[in-house]
Design a protein around this ligand. Structure first.
Ligand code: MN
Length: 427
């Protein structure tokens, strides 16, 4: 065990790794190839950030392999999520925009300077990472649908359900290896992803176990009940003796979720890019097997509040042009005004002014999309009453649009694989 690192503050670890890595990249003498680059997904939520920082710590310390956490977002995008800034602050990162490494920091280095990757909170390496050597994925820890890749190179390769990827990450740690700031960061991610371990919600056993393991090691420790009580409480998913009911855990959850839900300062463009993922699909049913690009934006505000009067179409189209998309799905999640029930809507746009191949038939693509969505047994879409009976096929310009309400339980974790199946399925 590396004693020096063990006593190092998380903030120092993060910023010194970044400085060393950038130095090795700039020296251009092959040293950047000695590093493993660990990345979360491009949506950049707290789970992704916490998981990648923690995995970099673990790999550097336990395996003594230099590992750097790289955030798949621009530096300025960090401001789009107040809860991330807050949790990073609690973890001692007071200047996260300077301390962390962002993809935009490496934009000038082509080909990509390192070829060894660890993936957390996703399990397919983005096609934008093209190093000189063929890339190799040496570890995966994730809670999304398993795409079955890198089975012969990734070790560990953990891809299984959990409310939060951070829970799987926590399970890899020995208690002695975990600095308090890191425990706080992982715990914060778990609490955000599971509504504070709410009974009947997204938390499963692995999340409760991880939270009970992390809490006494975290900066909350002094305001918690004794460890044996905590451990016992991790086996109760509800009731007065559950972790959910512990005051310090409750108050941290509420603090974080209040920040997460306050997006009142964000306009449509920021709402579309704040929690955004991108996909490429090769269409096997089209004669020349073109590749199309699709984006899925999760937005915590109902369409009525920001997307009326043509804003959905104009802002959606502008974002699609900026990202070079053929398809954009806008997935809203919010609570209903009357009983506070969870609700979801989806707006889909197909942009037809930039065909992926000569003579590409957008009618076939759009029909396949509408048909696939409307027949999906889990999504349970219904036409949205407020948006012209759900069909705006004749929007001026080059857009086809349909808007639905959907099963309130189906998040992007369900929608993304459904979209993939619709696009890549047989004719
Ligand atoms: Mn996640």
């Amino acid at each position: 065990m590396n004693e020096i690192l063990n006593h190092m503050l998380l903030a120092d670890f993060v910023s010194s790794s970044k400085a060393k890595y950038l130095q090795d990249v700039q020296s251009n003498d092959g040293k950047a190839e000695e590093w493993t680059v660990v990345m979360g997904n491009e949506a950049g939520d707290l789970d992704t950030i916490a998981s990648s920082i923690a995995f970099a710590w673990l790999r550097t310390k336990v395996l003594e392999q230099p590992t750097i956490s790289l955030l798949q977002m621009g530096r300025e995008d960090l401001d789009l999520r107040a809860e991330n800034l807050h949790a990073l602050h609690l973890a001692g990162l007071s200047q996260p925009k300077d301390q962390l490494l962002f993809v935009t920091d490496l934009a000038e280095f082509k080909p990509f300077p390192s070829s060894r990757f660890a993936l957390v909170d996703h399990n397919r390496l983005a096609s934008t990472f093209t190093p000189a050597e063929p890339p190799s994925v040496v570890a995966i820890v994730d809670h999304h649908a398993d795409e079955g890749l890198y089975t012969d190179t990734a070790e560990p390769r953990i891809v299984s359900p959990a409310g939060s990827c951070a829970s799987h990450i926590a399970s890899l740690f020995d208690i002695a290896e975990l600095p308090p700031e890191l425990a706080t960061l992982l715990l914060s991610a778990i609490l955000i992803d599971t509504d504070g371990l709410k009974p009947g919600g997204k938390a499963i056993d692995v999340d409760r176990k991880a939270a009970a393991f992390l809490a006494p090691k975290s900066t909350l420790a002094s305001s918690l009940p004794p460890v044996n009580v905590l451990e016992a409480s991790s086996t109760n998913s509800s009731g007065p003796n559950s972790l959910f009911e512990i005051e310090a855990i409750k108050s941290l959850s509420e603090e974080l979720s209040t920040m997460k839900n306050d997006v009142s300062h964000l306009g449509p463009r920021d709402l579309l890019r704040r929690d955004y993922k991108e996909y490429e699909f090769v269409l096997p049913w089209h004669a020349d097997k073109p590749t199309i690009r699709a984006g899925l934006s999760t937005v915590p505000v109902r369409l009525k509040q920001w997307a009326l009067d043509g804003k959905l179409e104009t802002e959606g189209e502008a974002w699609m042009k900026e990202r070079g998309l053929h398809i954009l799905g806008v997935l809203t999640a919010y609570r209903g005004a009357t009983k506070g029930k969870r609700k979801r809507e989806m707006a889909w746009m197909v942009r037809t002014d930039s065909p992926p191949s000569d003579g590409f038939d957008f009618d076939v693509l759009a029909e396949r999309l509408w048909d696939g969505l409307e027949k999906d047994a889990i999504l349970e879409v219904k036409k949205h009453k407020k948006f012209a009976a759900g069909t705006l096929d004749n929007v001026p310009g080059q857009l086809r649009v349909r808007v639905y309400t959907q099963n309130p339980q189906a998040t992007r974790k369900i929608t993304a694989p459904a979209l993939k199946a619709i696009m890549e399925g047989p004719l």
